[in-house]
Design a protein around this ligand. Structure first.
Ligand code: FMN
Length: 389
């Protein structure tokens, strides 16, 4: 059975992202689950991301005959088959070994964007051959510019064409849940870690095969050697170095589209346009960074209005279904990204997980469009939106 057919055959067992989440929670150790699921502080922003999306409702129209939704999306001169993509994730292999390769292969098969994180557990060089022409690279900006340049050069040489600079981590996040769960990178072999392995045998076997997860991209630079945990890297390399001058300098180093990820204020969106950035990610990092932030779906309309079509708008945070994707598109996003949904998919189903996640989202998106009596992305944008209480 082909890889795509096998993924599809799982549809009755795992028909929604919530089913994948449940299965993922059974298959991975507590520390991985907490790292994946955490928001920060009281998780208010994390939860609000879902609540705010669910408030957006529509009025269906009927009697339109047979509808065939078309969801191809053009971005920066490239055609993608879907208006959604895979968000960058750090310490990825903690959730499932080799996950970046699984995600990259699915992105190539289904022709959607796949964004690799600076803090991924597989390198751009190893992932590059698997992703086709679908690779975006996400940069966390090291304090020393020459290190940033080196990372960009490696990404470019590995075939990544679109650069995403994450700007919403001015200080390490508090993320108390990961502390309580005892997260360490690379993991230390403690009695608890061994017990977690025994009680999650598929994860343990796959991890033994690939080796303990570590930040393999930055590990190749001796300057980063003493900061092999996400927290240490962010604390030592990123605290206080983010500025408009810096990101403009990086933009000038890259010959391809450059986007800023983490824009939440219309004034920053306008500035990004003025400075010539090709796009922005309206995102609150999946609620992982600051627990007093609005959710991106709440700020999206104002940002869309402020930039007036002058830049490409990507959106993420809280998206768990095709209907959520439609909600974000309806408010003006050009491309919608998902982080945890893809982690659930691969943690639950291994090599079939990314394909299955895409199939669920595609099915739900097309279903939502037909229920609304529409068949194009333009019609999604023109939908009347009602924000319910
Ligand atoms: C486990 C995890 C790790 C993440 N690591 C990164 C990262 O390395 N770089 C980055 O820009 N964003 C990172 N993010 C944020 C995602 O790119 C994205 O903004 C977020 O997951 C979207 O919210 P969602 O998970 O609700 O879809 C991470 C998110 C998660 C869940």
């Amino acid at each position: 059975m082909s890889y795509e057919k096998k993924a599809m055959s799982l549809m009755n067992k795992y028909p929604a992202i919530s089913d994948l989440r449940k299965k993922a929670h059974q298959r991975i150790p507590l520390v991985a689950k907490e790292y994946m699921e955490t928001g920060t502080d009281d998780d208010d922003t994390l939860n609000q991301n879902r609540i705010a999306l669910k408030k957006i409702k529509f009025k269906p129209r009927f009697l339109k005959g047979s509808l065939a939704p078309s969801i191809e999306t053009n971005l920066f001169g490239k055609k993608y088959d879907f208006p959604f993509g895979i968000a960058p994730i750090g310490l990825t292999g903690l959730m499932w070994p080799n996950i970046e390769i699984i995600l990259a292969k699915a992105a190539k098969t289904y022709n959607l964007p796949f964004c690799l994180s600076t803090l991924a557990t597989e390198t751009p060089e190893r992932v590059g051959p698997h992703m086709g022409n679908n690779g975006w690279f996400q940069l966390y900006t090291p304090k020393e510019k020459h290190l940033a340049y080196k990372l960009l050069e490696r990404a470019k040489n590995s075939g990544f064409h679109t650069l995403v600079i994450t700007i919403d981590i001015p200080i390490p996040s508090r993320r108390q849940r990961t502390k309580r769960a005892g997260l360490q990178t690379p993991p230390k072999i403690t009695p608890n870690f061994i017990w977690q392995g025994i009680t999650h045998p598929q994860w343990a076997l796959a991890t033994l095969k690939r080796g303990l997860p570590s930040l393999r991209t930055i590990a190749e630079h001796s300057e980063f050697k003493d900061m092999m945990s996400v927290e240490k890297f962010v604390a030592k390399q990123m605290g206080g170095n983010l500025s408009w001058d810096y990101v403009v300098d990086l933009k000038n180093q890259w010959d391809g589209p450059v986007l800023l990820k983490g824009i939440m204020h219309e004034a920053d969106a306008i500035k990004a346009v003025e400075l010539g950035f090709d796009g922005i990610f309206v995102s609150n990092h999946g609620g992982r960074q600051f627990d007093g932030a609005l959710s991106p779906i709440e700020v999206l309309p104002k940002i869309v209005e402020a930039v007036g079509g002058k830049t490409t708008i990507c959106f993420d945070s809280g998206v768990r279904s095709g209907l959520d994707i439609l909600r974000a598109l309806s408010l003006g996003a050009d491309m919608v990204f998902l982080g945890r949904a893809f982690l659930y998919g691969v943690s639950a189903l291994g090599k079939y997980g990314a394909a299955h996640t895409i199939q669920i989202l595609n099915g739900e998106l097309q279903n939502a469009m037909i229920n609304l009596g529409i068949e194009s992305l333009e019609e999604i944008r023109a939908l009347e939106k009602i924000i319910s209480d």
